[in-house]
Design a protein around this ligand. Structure first.
Ligand code: NAP
Length: 439
């Protein structure tokens, strides 16, 4: 008779309560897989009396999650409290110090302390598993860690935040503003009361840092990620993107370049025909470019109690069957220090939207300036104002959008050209620049 793996769940919110439910529902099926049976023995949260839709009388209750972590009734601690420091970090550290395996969904904790925690876990010979930390129910960590050893990965990019993708999808489909869509996302529970962390790209950056480490064998470094959110995207940008055959997505992109590993989060134009462009609403997706498998795209639910708990339970099953390897796929001492590629040297196509006076020659003037800056244009489109369209000479002087699509140029060249346009009074509003991701 094999002794069951005794699981302690610290945090019984959206994900924690779902983990307890799934483990109870799947208990027999998991035992039938032939590994070690899994049993929840202890739980912890702040308020014992809160109705969580689960019968807590079956489990030992701990007011203090650190005590749960040290309890002799627990072999594996599931941390679902959240936050990069405080109770979550203390619980994980206490568990590792006590020789307990750890499973967590906490991307903020990993992005900030992942390296130190992985080192600690390896030193103590316990698992630190975090499939649920990135892209919710999509098994992307397992894919990177276990399924692709025959590949050199050149690039990875993904939609890693459902809130942003929901907002951009609604803006595109209904022509609504960012503010209107954000309000709806908050009403529907897709966005927090303070949405900054999601809409300004920081949540995506945390997840990208985790994926970069696994994909490229580098030390996790969230500070190396260039971050730009979606709050400045206008409905007009989505409309223009559509006219040029693109969609706008908030992507996290990690890429091996001549200047090092680029990690960047920003609104991105992706060709409409790509798999990632089809991903709408709160769904997440990750595309991996690798030499042997070529292109692999995983699509699925990036959040939600049950979907995230599904990933947690997969990690618990690995712990139960003794399959958990080093947290980042290779021992911490073999992770490389990443060369951080500076964003100014990023090279790619750009969508640039300028606001110029509606006069003949305005577009030609801008095109000449771009040529002088060594930036080649693939397309240029000047939208006419309604008054100008009716004027036989076609000049109203009213501000109108002028949209440029460039061939590959450096970030530095684009930024310096835009600064010059503003300095020379050629544009009447701050310019918009959105990077285009090649297929
Ligand atoms: N929700 C998702 O869809 C999702 C998806 C992917 C990853 N995640 C990650 O999963 C983790 C949990 O998220 P969640 O949405 O389930 O959060 P949540 O609903 O806010 O639940 C947090 C839980 O932690 C408990 N807690 C907070 N402080 C505590 C403390 N000091 N001691 C003991 N318990 C404490 C809370 O207790 P009370 O219930 O008593 O207040 C609550 O049960 C986070 O790291 C999050 O980033 C969530």
């Amino acid at each position: 008779m094999i002794e069951p793996l005794r699981v302690g769940v610290a945090g019984l919110g959206t994900v924690g309560a779902s983990v307890v439910r799934i483990l109870s529902r799947q208990e027999n099926a998991m035992a039938a897989r032939g590994g070690r049976p899994v049993r929840v023995t202890a739980v912890s949260a702040r308020e014992r009396a809160r109705d969580r839709g689960i019968d807590l009388s079956r489990y030992a209750w701990f007011e203090d999650p650190q005590e749960l972590a040290r309890s002799g009734e627990v072999d594996c601690v599931v941390e679902l409290i959240g936050g990069s420091d405080g109770a979550a970090k203390e619980t994980v550290e206490a568990a590792i110090d006590a020789g307990k395996h750890v499973v967590t969904a906490n991307k903020a904790l990993l992005a900030k302390h992942g390296l130190a925690l992985a080192r600690k876990a390896e030193g103590r010979g316990v698992a630190l598993a975090f499939e649920a930390s990135t892209a919710g129910g999509i098994p992307v960590i397992k894919t990177l860690r276990e399924a692709l050893p025959g590949n050199a990965i050149s690039r990875l990019y993904g939609i890693l935040n459902g809130t942003c993708n929901y907002i951009l999808s609604r803006m595109e489909q209904e022509g609504l503003s960012f503010a209107e869509c954000l309000k709806d996302a908050q009403r529907l529970g897709y966005a927090e009361a303070d949405p900054t962390f999601d809409v300004e790209g920081f949540d995506t950056a945390h997840k990208l840092a985790i994926l970069t480490s696994l994909a490229f064998g580098t030390e996790i470094d969230a500070d190396a990620v260039y971050v730009e959110g979606i709050s400045k995207i206008a409905p007009l940008d989505l409309k223009m993107a559509d006219e040029f055959g693109y969609r706008i997505k908030l992507l996290g992109v990690a890429e091996r370049t001549k200047t090092g590993i680029e990690q960047r989060v920003h609104p991105t134009m992706v060709p409409k025909a790509t798999a990632i462009a089809q991903v709408m609403g709160v769904t997440n997706a990750v595309t991996i470019d690798a030499d042997a498998v070529r292109e692999l795209t995983l699509i699925g639910p990036g959040a939600g109690g049950e979907a995230t708990a599904s990933a947690i339970v997969a990690d618990i099953a690995d712990v139960a069957s003794g399959q958990a390897g080093p947290p980042f796929g290779r021992p911490v001492d073999r992770l490389e220090k990443a060369e951080r590629a500076p964003m100014q040297r990023h090279e790619g196509g750009y969508y640039v939207r300028l606001t110029v006076p509606d006069r003949p020659g305005a577009a030609a003037g801008i095109a000449t300036r771009m040529a002088e800056a060594d930036i080649s244009l693939e397309s240029i489109l000047q939208k006419r104002s309604e008054t100008a369209a009716k004027d036989p000479h076609g000049k109203s002087g009213a501000p109108v959008p002028l949209v440029l699509i460039t061939y590959a140029a450096t970030e530095a060249a684009i930024r310096s050209a835009l600064e010059k346009f503003a300095g020379d009074g050629l544009i009447s509003e701050p310019p918009q620049a959105i990077r285009i991701e090649r297929e």
